[in-house]
Design a protein around this ligand. Sequence first.
Ligand code: SF4
Ligand code: SF4
Length: 401
Amino acid sequence: MSAKHAPVGSFLTIGTEQLQALMDVLKAAGYRTIGPRLMDSAIVFGDLDKIEQLPVGYLDRQDGGSYRLEHDDAAGYFDHVVGPQSLKRFLYPPGETLLESVRTNGQWQMKAPTIEPKPIAVIGLRACDLHALAIQDKVLLGGPYVDPNYEARRENLFIVAVNCRRAAPTCFCHSMNAGPAVDDGFDLALTEVNRNFVVEIGTPKGAEIMFDIDWLPPARNEIDEAQAVVTNLKAEMESRERRSHGNREAPRQRYLNTSSIHDLLLENLEHHRWTEVARRCLACGNCTMVCPTCFCAAVEEVSDLSGEHVRRERAWDSCFTAEHSYMNTGTVRKSTASRYRQWLTHKLATWQDQFGTSGCVGCGRCITWCPVGIDLTEEVAAIRGSEDSAGAKEARAVLAS
Ligand code: SF4
Ligand code: SF4
């Protein structure tokens, strides 16, 4: 069977052979195909040519400050969850040149490098990361100053999303309304069912790509099974989260109570918890580097030795560094407590004022990749659950210093 049209919103079934065909068709259409790959003992996004490069049979065990891979014969192609990387590094790379200046005969000429990126097709993007992408779109495309480089890369993105079949204990997408079901923003969405994939067509572009692939109409029970994958996972996350309340033995599931979180955090700017968390925080910035929505960057001019050629370079930066808040009078946020407070209140409160959305999608990366296991869900719960106390005086002194 070939050359069949499947309309947007329809479901179809493919096997592993057709998953390979999907990669081949995307490549033939001019896309660079990227997806999850096993590298340096983690699952990260890399170039994908063959489905054998997918981490089939691998599960990731994640918790505060810990990440381990385990082989499990029963695990499918996408039974890992999110790794340390997100799509951010492909659309908004860690470093890039914004402007080049050359002095010729005493005259400076400046030009912005032309960005003509090869279109990217990403395979295996999860619900939380689709929500993170929508947030980055608001930040980098939605305001009066559009980032042209991000725009050029974003325009040609093709998304093959995947519905998660399991969640790590660090995942709390269900409490951020950002998962686990993939519900929007994809060209194609896959759900792995019995070593086959039920594919939902999300856009006309997705339908076009599937046109030459030898797919089959799914059996009724396959669509039901695919839909049950995400509804069961959400129910399981909620149940694990309830069972883990106050029970250290129960399997853990993070949860963030977002009710009035904007006011809660901004009314507790001098809470003693900021200084307590700062005693553990290394101010390393890992949490901001792995976060799929953090977008802070530093810009500096880099000259060659002749002084005739200067590049304006942008690189990811972190609000945890002293330099990030440096102004003419010095560093504004001198203490780690004030930097952690800046990060958390921006992410969960003032981000809402700026962009009309939370800055967090509950992917849990900042919990897993924090070397000391600092957990924002615990920090918010501690602030919510405790009255400010005698520690407030010390906190005020540290935060004001
Ligand atoms: S919270 Fe953790 S990851 Fe973030 S700066 Fe502090 S120690 Fe580093
Ligand atoms: S703050 Fe943490 S959990 Fe939220 S989106 Fe960023 S990395 Fe994920």
